[in-house]
Design a protein around this ligand. Structure first.
Ligand SMILES: O=C(O)C1=C[C@@H](OP(=O)(O)O)[C@@H](O)[C@H](O)C1
Ligand SMILES: C=C(OP(=O)(O)O)C(=O)O
Length: 428
């Protein structure tokens, strides 16, 4: 599927979709509890993969109007009667790999072609250190993965530079082991806000994690805890909202994005990014509304992607429209997503006439005049959405593989068209 994007201005109010990261956690933690209602879940391809996986372990999950009614397995998992297929969802793979270590049998986890290239070695090594037999069938750390239960808890150290999802997964599974667990982080903990989201949600379920920071970071997880999440309302998604806000900034438009309340999401940083780049942006935290007016001119910035990897495609297209040279740094972990997003954005923005220097952990982007082009979405929802908004500035642009927006923001094109965007969906 392709989209044809013409020069656009947008205007009006839009409701940010629910957070994918919070939804994954709500479904997982609800399933580890007894009975829980999850209000306003994001129902997207990725979060439905988490629903299926939790059902495989024994949860019963009913989809009702604006909620999920979760009948959990209270920490007592079935051994799945089939392979768990996480499709395109890295979060689901990592979380369920750790959780399957609690089952009294073997679990096989796989996913689509993208998932089967993404790294998991640090998580597998820690699980083995904690008494679990966990390995990848090809010996390369990538799915398909096999996990044979026996999670005893204990002490382990993990590299924090590749994915915070490994740490979140261990924090979710370890409270149910028979021995206290300590997870120590080696090096930088990239994407740290997602671990904060995990700890916040575990606390809402009555599960305590003790964080120790004295130069290095470690997490102490007391054993034999009981999950008791009874209801939860999922907040709006700042990562998805970034495309709406960036479009207003790039096209000199005014939009009001609602359903954006304070939370532990690191991608709230998009507000500061847009302010630094020169947009007129305000956030009414009580009402949950971000108002932005683009003044048609943006200034280059330096952006540290260490905590907020998912904003990189959005910031890259903002940089393409900005005056000056933008430096996106501390971004090597952005290469391990659905695609290598540093490389993908460098290649595709070059097709649109923008000078991009790609280095191991950074992009240096010289702002200029975006030219219309036929660009590739790399089957990656964030690449597709970022290139679509670039096309709304350049005009005469087609983006392919646009069906991938179903991963995190199924209503993206409908919302954009409702705001006035000049977009036409094309077959092929
Ligand atoms: O825990 C999560 O919900 C996520 C963590 C991040 O991944 P990494 O921790 O691998 O950077 C982020 O890219 C992903 O979209 C969602
Ligand atoms: C990388 C992402 O998600 P996941 O790791 O769950 O595939 C994303 O949403 O950009």
């Amino acid at each position: 599927m392709k989209v044809s994007a013409g020069i656009s201005r947008i205007n009006g109010e839009v409701f940010a979709p629910s957070s994918k990261s919070y939804t994954h956690r709500a479904i997982t933690i609800a399933s580890l509890s007894e009975e829980c209602i999850v209000y306003r879940p994001l129902l997207s391809a990725d979060t439905l993969a988490t629903v299926r996986a939790c059902e495989a372990f024994g949860a019963r999950i009913e989809k009702q109007h604006d909620r999920l009614v979760v009948h959990g397995f209270r920490g007592k998992l079935n051994v799945p009667d089939n392979v768990i297929d996480v499709a395109n969802s890295g979060t689901t793979l990592r979380f369920m790999t750790a959780i399957s270590a609690l089952a009294k049998g073997s679990t096989v986890l796989t996913g689509d072609s993208s998932i089967r290239t993404r790294p998991n070695k640090p998580l597998l090594e820690v699980l083995n250190d904690l008494g679990v037999e966990a390995f990848s069938t090809r010996g390369n750390g990538c799915a398909p993965l096999v996990v044979r239960g026996g999670f005893n808890g204990g002490n382990a150290t993990i590299d924090g530079s590749i994915s915070s999802q490994f740490i979140s997964a261990l924090l979710i599974a370890s409270p149910l082991t028979g021995r206290d667990t300590t997870i120590s982080i080696r090096g930088d903990l990239k994407s740290r806000p997602y671990v904060d989201v995990t700890i916040e949600m575990l606390r809402q379920a009555g599960v305590e994690i003790i964080t120790k920071e004295n130069g290095s970071i470690s997490f102490v997880i007391p054993a034999n805890q009981v999950y008791d999440l009874r209801e939860y309302t999922v907040p709006g998604d700042f990562s998805s909202a970034s495309y709406l806000l960036a479009t207003a900034a790039m096209t000199g438009s005014t939009v009001f994005v609602k359903n954006l309340f304070p939370s532990k999401q690191g991608d709230v940083e998009i507000i500061d990014v847009l302010r630094r780049m020169g947009a007129d942006i305000t956030w009414d935290m009580e009402e949950g509304t971000v108002k932005i007016t683009g003044k048609g001119k943006l200034e280059a910035i330096t952006f540290d992607a260490g905590a907020t990897p998912d904003l990189v495609p959005t910031v890259a297209v903002l940089a393409a429209c900005a005056e000056g040279v933008t430096h996106i740094k501390n971004a090597e972990h952005v290469r391990y997503k659905e695609t290598d997003r540093l490389h993908a954005m460098a290649v595709e923005l070059a097709k649109m006439g923008i000078s991009v220097k790609e280095e191991r952990d950074s992009l240096t982007i010289t702002g200029g005049k975006l030219q219309g082009a036929e660009v590739h979405g790399w089957h990656d929802h964030r690449i597709v959405m970022s290139l679509t908004i670039a096309g709304m500035v350049a005009g005469d642009t087609t983006v392919d593989t646009v069906e991938s927006v179903d991963i995190s923001y199924p209503g993206f094109f409908d919302d954009m068209k409702r705001l006035g965007a000049n977009l036409s969906m094309l077959e092929g």
